[in-house]
Design a protein around this ligand. Structure first.
Ligand code: ADP
Ligand code: MG
Length: 585
C-alpha cells in the first residue's frame, strides 16, 4: 500500500543524503508531513514546546558535532520564534544552523493574507549567510544542500530555506536534482611569511600566552593545541567555551590568574577567539603586546584596533603544525619570572576562592553559590566514571559567572553557556542538543556522557516547558536551579525571615516591586514533577548531596530546586563586565 510520494518525501530523502541524524523543531501545517517523512526515513525528530528552544538546540548541535544543526518550523510565527536561534548562530560564529520553514504556497501574492504568511526570505536574508526559496520543487534538493553547505563552510553561521506548502504537497517530480553528502571543508594553510614573523616574535617574548577560544573547540583542534602547549610550555588561557580544549587541570592553565596573565603577556597567540567583550576589546592586554590571531575569517583580524600584522587566516590545526615546524625545539623555560608570577597569582586567587567554597553552611543559613557548586562538583566526580563523562550547560548571570570558575572542565566542547550573545533561555535546548550529540548520534563515543544544566531561576523560566520534552524522550539530564527569586538577586534579605518578608511585601500591590524580582521560592521542583521529571527541593548541604545522587540514578530528567541566598542588598554585578582591575573572572 504505497503512498503517493510528495515533496515532503523528497525533503526527507535530501536530508538523509546529507546524513542529517536529527532534526529539532515544532510541527504544524504544512510541515507535519515533512517531519513524518523524515521520521519514516530514519531521521530523529525532537519535538519542542517553543521554536526558540528548538532553534537554540539546533545551533548547539552544530557546534558539538561540527555539522549544521537542522531546525524545522512552521512559517510566520514559527520563523519569528526561530529567529532567536538564527541570531545566536550568527553571533557565536561557531554554531552552524540550517533553518527550514513552511511557507505559504508559491502562487499566493504577499497581500493575499494567507495562513501564517510572511516574506521569510526577505526577513532572514540580512541575518543569515544565505536565505532562499528554491525556484521549483525539482531544484529543492540542491537548494537544501547549498544551504547546508553554506552553514558550515567558511565561518559557520545560519542559513535558511523556504518550504512552500505547494512544494511539500506536490507529487515528487520525475527528475528531481539528486544530491550527495557534503564533504568537510578543505583546510586553509597560513601565509608562511607570517608564520616566520610569529615565530620570531615568540622567540623574543619574555611572557608569552596562548588564548584558546571556542573556535578552537569547534575546529576540533584539541590534540594539536595540547601538543603545542606541551611542546612549547607556553601558559594558556581558555575563554568560557574554550575551556576543556586543554583540560582545566593542566599545569599551564592560567584561568585562576586571568587578570594578571592578560595584563602581563607581551605576546599572545589568539586561537579561535575574537577581541570582543569576552576579551575586553583588548583593553586589558598589555600595551604594545604582540597579538598573533589565528582565525578562519579574514574580516575578523584587526578588530577594535588590535594590530593584526602578525595575524593569519587558516585552520587552527594546520596553522599550529606550521608553527611547530618553524619553532623547532622552542620551549618557554619553566623557571621564567613569567611562570613564577602566574603561579603566585593563581595560588593566591585559588586560596581566596576556596574559602567561599569550603565555608560550611550554618544551620538555618541559606546555601551560597560557591558552596552549592563545590558540593555538586565533588558529588558528581564521585559518581562519574571519569571527569570526561561530565558535560555542563550553564546560564544566568551570577550562576554562569560563578560556576565557570568552580567546575573544572576535562574535555573539549563539554561546557556550553550563554555565549557571545549572552543569550538567556538557551540552557534547556542546549542540554537536549548535548544529550543528542553525545548519547544518540551515530558517531557518539562508546561511553555515555551526563549532561548537567546549571540554571539561574530567571534563565530557566525562558524555556521551562522543555522539561516535558526531556521527559518525553527520557533524556537523563540533571537540571539544577539556583533559586534566589530574582534576576541577579531576589528581594528578601538573608538575615530576615524569608517567607514573612515576601508575604507581607506591599510592593507587589503598590506596583513598586523591583524589576529584578521573581517569585519567592517558586516550586520549580513541583513544576518539574508535573512535566514528567523528578524534582527535589533542596535547602541544606545534605539534601543537596543526596538529590545529586538520586538524580544520577534516574533514567529521565531531574530538577534540583536549590534555594540559595537571595543576595538582596548586594550590588547588581556581572563580573565579566566589571571595569575594576582584578575582578575575578
Ligand atoms: P570565544 O567566545 O571563545 O572568545 P569567539 O566566538 O569570539 O570565541 O571566536 C571564535 C572564532 O573562531 C571566530 O572568529 C571564528 O571565525 C573562528 N573560527 C571558527 N571556526 C574556525 C576554524 N575551523 N578555524 C579557525 N577559526 C575558526
Ligand atoms: Mg536568580
Amino acid at each position: 500500500m504505497s503512498q503517493q510520494q510528495t515533496g515532503a518525501h523528497l525533503i526527507a530523502e535530501t536530508l538523509r543524503a546529507l546524513e542529517v541524524p536529527v532534526i529539532f523543531g515544532i510541527v504544524g501545517i504544512p510541515v507535519i508531513e515533512v517531519a513524518d517523512a523524515c521520521i519514516a526515513a530514519g531521521i530523529r525528530f525532537i519535538s519542542f514546546r517553543n521554536e526558540q528552544a528548538a532553534s537554540y538546540a539546533a545551533t548547539a548541535y552544530g557546534y558539538l558535532t561540527g555539522r549544521p544543526g537542522v531546525c524545522l518550523v512552521v512559517g510566520g510565527p514559527g520563523v519569528l520564534h526561530a529567529m532567536a536561534g538564527v541570531g545566536n548562530s550568527m553571533v557565536n560564529t561557531t554554531f552552524p544552523l540550517l533553518l527550514l520553514a513552511g511557507a505559504a504556497p508559491t502562487g499566493d501574492s504577499t497581500t493575499k493574507g494567507s495562513f501564517q504568511q510572511l516574506d521569510q526570505v526577505a526577513l532572514l536574508a540580512p541575518h543569515t549567510k544565505l536565505a532562499l526559496r528554491p525556484p521549483s520543487l525539482e531544484q529543492l534538493p540542491n537548494a537544501i544542500r547549498d544551504a547546508y553547505r553554506a552553514a558550515f563552510y567558511g565561518r559557520p553561521g545560519a542559513t535558511y530555506v523556504d518550504l512552500p506548502a505547494d512544494y511539500i504537497q506536490a507529487p515528487i517530480p520525475s527528475s528531481p536534482s539528486r544530491i550527495s553528502a557534503v564533504e568537510q571543508a578543505p583546510k586553509i594553510l597560513a601565509d608562511p611569511e607570517r608564520i616566520r614573523a610569529i615565530t620570531a616574535a615568540l622567540a623574543a617574548s619574555k611572557s608569552p600566552l596562548v588564548i584558546i577560544g571556542k573556535g578552537a573547540a569547534y575546529a576540533r583542534a584539541e590534540a594539536d593545541i595540547r601538543g603545542f602547549v606541551d611542546a612549547t610550555q607556553i601558559p594558556f588561557l581558555p575563554t568560557p567555551q574554550g575551556k576543556g580544549v586543554v583540560p582545566d587541570s593542566h599545569p599551564l592553565n592560567t584561568s585562576a590568574a586571568r587578570s594578571a596573565t592578560l595584563k602581563g603577556a607581551d605576546f599572545i597567540l589568539l586561537i579561535g577567539a575574537r577581541v570582543n567583550w569576552i576579551l575586553h576589546f583588548g583593553t586589558r592586554f598589555r600595551s604594545g603586546a604582540k597579538i598573533a590571531q589565528v582565525d578562519i575569517c579574514a574580516e575578523e583580524l584587526g578588530r577594535n584596533g588590535v594590530d593584526s600584522s602578525l595575524s593569519v587566516i587558516g585552520d587552527i590545526s594546520a596553522v599550529l603544525a606550521q608553527l611547530r615546524e618553524q619553532l623547532g625545539g622552542y620551549a618557554h623555560p619553566s623557571s621564567s619570572p613569567w611562570r613564577g608570577a602566574i603561579h603566585e597569582s593563581s595560588t593566591a586567587n585559588t586560596r581566596k576562592a576556596r574559602v567561599k567554597e569550603d565555608a560550611v553552611t550554618a544551620p538555618g543559613e541559606r546555601l551560597s553559590y560557591q558552596r552549592t557548586f563545590r558540593i555538586v562538583e565533588d558529588a558528581l566526580l564521585q559518581l562519574a566514571a571519569s571527569p570526561e563523562q561530565l558535560v555542563y550547560v550553564s546560564e544566568g548571570a551570577n550562576t554562569m559567572d560563578i560556576s565557570r570558575s568552580i567546575f573544572s572542565i576535562a574535555a573539549p566542547r563539554q561546557r556550553l553557556d550563554a555565549g557571545t550573545y549572552a543569550t538567556m533561555g538557551v540552557g534547556l535546548g542546549y542540554a537536549i542538543a548535548a544529550e543528542m550529540a553525545y548519547n544518540h548520534s551515530p558517531s557518539s563515543s562508546s561511553s555515555p556522557k551526563r549532561v548537567i544544566a546549571i540554571e539561574g531561576d530567571s534563565a530557566l523560566g525562558f524555556s521551562l516547558a522543555e522539561i516535558e520534552t526531556m521527559a518525553r524522550y527520557r533524556l537523563p539530564i540533571i537540571i539544577m536551579v539556583m533559586n534566589n527569586g530574582g534576576v541577579y538577586h531576589g528581594i528578601s534579605d538573608d538575615t530576615t525571615e524569608f517567607r514573612e518578608v515576601w508575604e507581607k511585601d506591599e510592593r507587589r500591590l503598590e506596583g513598586t516591586l523591583p524589576s529584578t524580582a521573581l517569585g519567592f521560592e517558586t516550586e520549580y521542583d513541583v513544576v518539574a514533577r508535573g512535566l514528567g521529571a523528578k524534582g527535589w527541593r533542596v535547602e541544606t548541604e545534605e539534601e543537596l548531596k543526596s538529590a545529586v545522587e538520586e538524580a544520577w540514578k534516574h533514567q529521565g530528567p531531574s530538577l534540583l530546586n536549590v534555594i540559595i541566598r537571595s543576595g538582596a542588598g548586594g550590588k547588581l554585578s556581572f563580573g565579566w563586565l566589571e571595569k575594576k582591575e582584578g575582578a575575578k573572572l
